[in-house]
Ligand binder design. Structure first.
Ligand SMILES: Nc1ncnc2c1ncn2[C@@H]1O[C@H](COP(=O)(O)OP(=O)(O)O)[C@@H](O)[C@H]1O
Ligand SMILES: C[C@@](O)(CCOP(=O)(O)O)CC(=O)O
Length: 296
């Protein structure tokens, strides 16, 4: 898939009456739809009318990758409409690659310079080991881990946060790149742990996983993407013996806490109650869900 040209994007913004310099991701979502529609459906220079309805239960702009979920679903629906991927919904590796590649282009319209991690996870599901510029590696053997997601409801912009990290990196490149190397080390260690947990006695490894979560939160704080509300979540969970960290771009939005198998229900209820009193939303979930799916 070709990236959208600046000229096309400006034309689409004019068509939708959107200011050309708009940085509002809500309106950019419309531009990203129009772009996919023109590029996928209008490839024969004719645009057939379409009615598309999108419903989402994901909180938007909270660090849970709702824009990627949106982009992936749009790309898959339009490709399906044009018979460019299997109509059965049993999608081959090639089909998924096509969905992912179009979704990445749509993400670029919304976010500028996304890495591509979020659309890859939304497309392939499970867990993904991701290095920018390389094909994502899908980890289908992921241990079933319970987590508590906490939405601080503090609004934030992925684009602004990513830009702020880049600024910090450009200003203190030596220090920042050393911090980023340690972040990579944590991610690699986590992959090894996941493998061990999947294959063996998972319970043995929870403490090590907590240690990595703790370290990663400190690293994210150093690069400037934590927030006082996220710190509050970390404080409350820690006081109850649970370990948590921010998720997504940070700066607000969501954090998650690991729910070890030995955590009593009463402790979890108590944590949820304390977090709710702060005005945060909590819900339990797991990791390694399915990727894009066709329901007929
Ligand atoms: N259901 C949806 N309908 C339209 N746009 C959506 C939908 N879900 C997400 N988006 C787009 O994604 C943006 C949120 O992305 P972002 O701020 O990166 O947060 P996150 O992706 O973590 O939820 C929205 O402003 C909008 O552009
Ligand atoms: C921070 C980042 O890794 C993902 C951000 O996710 P979210 O928009 O906060 O869900 C940015 C990226 O990889 O493009």
């Amino acid at each position: 898939p070709a990236p959208p040209s600046e000229e096309l994007l400006q034309k689409l913004k004019t068509f939708a009456s959107i200011p050309h310099d708009s940085a509002d991701t809500k309106t950019l979502a419309l531009v990203s739809f129009l772009y996919l529609y023109c590029a996928i459906v209008g490839s024969q220079k004719t645009l057939t009318p379409l009615e598309i309805r999108i419903e989402s239960k994901l909180p938007v702009s909270a660090g849970l990758g709702s824009s990627a979920a949106y982009s992936v679903c749009l790309a898959a629906s339009l490709l399906l409409h044009k018979n460019l991927i299997s109509a059965s919904g049993k999608w081959s590796e090639k089909d998924l690659q096509l969905i992912n590649a179009w979704a990445f282009q749509a993400e670029k319209v919304i976010h500028g310079k996304p890495s591509g991690i979020d659309n890859s996870v939304s497309t392939y599901g499970h867990a993904v080991s991701f290095t920018k510029g390389s094909e994502p590696v899908i980890l289908s053997q992921v241990p079933s881990i319970r987590i508590l997601l906490v939405n601080t409801k503090v609004p934030r912009s992925t684009k602004t946060l990513v830009e702020s990290v880049k600024k910090k990196y450009d200003k203190s490149t030596v220090v920042m790149s050393a911090v980023m190397d340690t972040m990579e080390a944590v991610a690699k260690e986590c992959l090894i742990l996941f493998e061990k947990m999947y294959k063996g006695k998972a319970d043995e490894y929870y403490k090590q996983l907590e240690e990595l979560i703790y370290i990663n939160q400190q690293q994210l704080d150093i690069i400037g993407v934590s927030h006082i509300a996220l710190e509050k979540v970390i404080q409350i969970t820690k006081a109850n013996g649970l370990c948590s960290k921010l998720t997504g771009a940070g700066g607000g939005g969501c954090a998650f806490a690991l729910i070890r198998p030995d955590v009593p229900k009463e402790t979890l209820d108590c944590v949820i109650q304390q977090l709710s009193l702060e005005g945060f939303d909590c819900w339990e979930t797991g990791i390694g869900a399915e990727g894009v799916t066709l329901h007929v």
